[in-house]
Design a protein around this ligand. Structure first.
Ligand code: HEC
Ligand code: HEC
Length: 291
């Protein structure tokens, strides 16, 4: 603050303290008196005007002394920073450094073990679970079982792959799965045949004529991403369509929606949010859920 406002604050503070003392002493009565003020209640209760007990008066004086000492030591008087140069900013910095040192010590115990080894270490798992609950549970669920659009991380069925390195990569850099809206590129009958084919991939009760029509379309528009046998492609995050695990649901309605509107699942990159060590322990935790 500018020198003017600094002195303004100092003047008001000092004047208030002097004022408080003056008020105390100018009103302090010296002696006990036998003369009452003339106020009488209930017939015989009389009011006297006697001094405060000494110890009480001294308490008030002490508050002013406290203020003087406090303002000498800590910042408070305008721009005067106090005797020891204490600032809340410095204190915060010191505490952050302490926390950081503690954090480093905790992670140091894991050395350069990777997520697969750490997934057998109870201390790492408990830490990883904390990181998970704080950063991932909002999307993947507290039990990591996911929801529509958010993959289940406990079933060992992976969009991008479940090796420790791949899990670390998914968390670090994020992932974006792009299923383009393709419904409009084919006629209605073909779309319905394709929807049924995908919904009943291995089901022998599906009409062979429908399957033939569906597969013909699959081989022209879908195979490039979902693979010739429909088992998916982890490079693109294209899901396996032949199993019973669905990111967006496996009913004909859901599959039709996926084809007509497309889907775009986004796993945010966590690199700036979490340190490498935190990513490692949370990856260990995720890995442990299916191993
Ligand atoms: C904003 C929501 C969101 C948050 C937060 C989030 N995720 Fe994800 N995550 C997703 C979505 C959506 C996908 C699927 C991406 C796709 O469809 O391609 C995904 C995919 C993944 C995958 C790849 C799964 C596979 O089958 O290959 C892993 C591993 C993963 N997340 C772990 C985590 C971890 C660990 C955290 C916390 C550090 C986290 N996620 C936080 C939404 C989120
Ligand atoms: C450009 C690559 C690409 C093409 C072409 C493509 N897909 Fe996809 N598909 C994906 C990706 C990637 C996802 C995952 C989207 C996500 O993670 O949000 C996906 C998701 C899906 C899903 C949802 C799966 C689930 O588990 O819920 C279905 C169903 C699907 N695709 C069917 C098809 C069909 C049928 C075709 C052909 C008409 C097709 N896809 C063409 C890349 C593609």
């Amino acid at each position: 603050m500018s020198a003017f406002w600094s002195w303004f604050v100092i003047a008001i503070t000092v004047m208030s303290m002097i004022g408080a003392l003056w008020l105390l002493f100018s009103n302090a009565k010296g002696k006990m008196t036998t003369e009452d003020t003339g106020h009488v209640w209930d017939g015989d209760l009389r009011e006297y005007n006697n001094p405060l007990p000494r110890w009480w008066l001294n308490l008030f004086v002490l508050t002013v002394v406290f203020a003087v000492v406090y303002l000498a030591v800590y910042p408070g008087l305008g721009n005067f920073g106090g005797q020891f140069g204490w600032t809340s900013d410095k204190q915060l910095q010191e505490r952050l450094e302490k926390v950081e040192a503690k954090r480093e010590a905790i992670f140091a115990q894991f050395g350069d073990q990777g997520p697969a080894e750490l997934s057998k270490n109870p201390a790492a798992l408990s830490l990883g679970k904390d990181v998970f609950l704080n950063n991932c549970a909002g999307c993947h669920g507290a039990d990591a079982k996911g929801a529509i659009g958010f993959p289940n991380l406990t079933d060992n069925d992976w969009l991008y792959g479940g090796s420790p390195e791949t899990i670390v990569a998914s968390i670090t850099n994020g992932r974006t799965g792009i299923m383009p809206p393709l419904g409009a590129t084919m006629d209605k009958d073909t779309l319905e045949a394709l929807v049924k084919t995908v919904a009943h991939w291995g089901d022998p009760s599906l009409d062979p004529a429908v399957r033939e029509k569906g597969m013909a379309q699959f081989n022209t528009t879908c195979m490039a991403c979902h693979g010739p046998d429909g088992k998916g492609n982890p490079m693109l995050g294209a899901p396996n369509l032949t199993d019973n695990v669905w990111l967006y649901g496996g009913t004909t309605d859901r599959i039709r929606q996926t084809l007509v509107n497309g889907r775009q699942g986004k796993m945010p990159a966590h690199q700036p949010l979490l340190s490498k060590d935190e990513i490692k322990v949370v990856a260990a935790y995720v890995y442990s859920l299916s191993h």
